[in-house]
Design a protein around this ligand. Structure first.
Ligand code: HEC
Length: 112
């Protein structure tokens, strides 16, 4: 009996499809957010971690960044232009989007 079968199968299939689409878009958005944080963490680890140790949580050659009271503008300027004799400039290394990502990463740090 193909007719009654398709009548019951269709709504089930449609509901399954909708559920798939829904969960797909939710996990897709979550993956996107954590991906940019992961990227910033990677940039930080490879570029800044040499001096700002433990991902910015402990002092090394540079100070602890976790819990900083500095403004976004201060941090951005510091990353772009550095500080003579202390910290190199990264204005040619990173674009604004990457710098904003790094600031977001620093804001998310918790001191040990
Ligand atoms: C060669 C070592 C070195 C590297 C690499 C480095 N820094 Fe620094 N950074 C320092 C030092 C030293 C200071 C302290 C400068 C001072 O005396 O104000 C500092 C200061 C800072 C400050 C200001 C902290 C404050 O509150 O005064 C921020 C923000 C910062 N660094 C972020 C970064 C980021 C982000 C990166 C990677 C893109 C990075 N640094 C790479 C050495 C470094």
């Amino acid at each position: 009996m193909p007719k009654p079968l398709s009548r019951t199968a269709f709504p089930i299939a449609a509901a399954a499809c909708a559920a798939l689409l829904l969960s797909g878009s939710i996990t897709g958005a979550a993956a996107k957010m954590s991906k940019s944080d992961e990227e910033a963490e990677g940039l930080f680890a490879s570029t800044c971690g040499f001096c700002h140790e433990d991902g910015g949580r402990s002092a090394g050659k540079g100070p602890v960044l976790a819990g900083t009271k500095r403004s976004d503008a201060f941090i951005k300027t510091r990353i772009k232009y550095g500080k003579e004799g202390a910290m190199p400039a990264f204005g040619d290394t990173f674009n604004d989007k990457q710098i904003n990502g790094i600031i977001h990463y620093i804001r998310g740090l918790k001191k040990d």
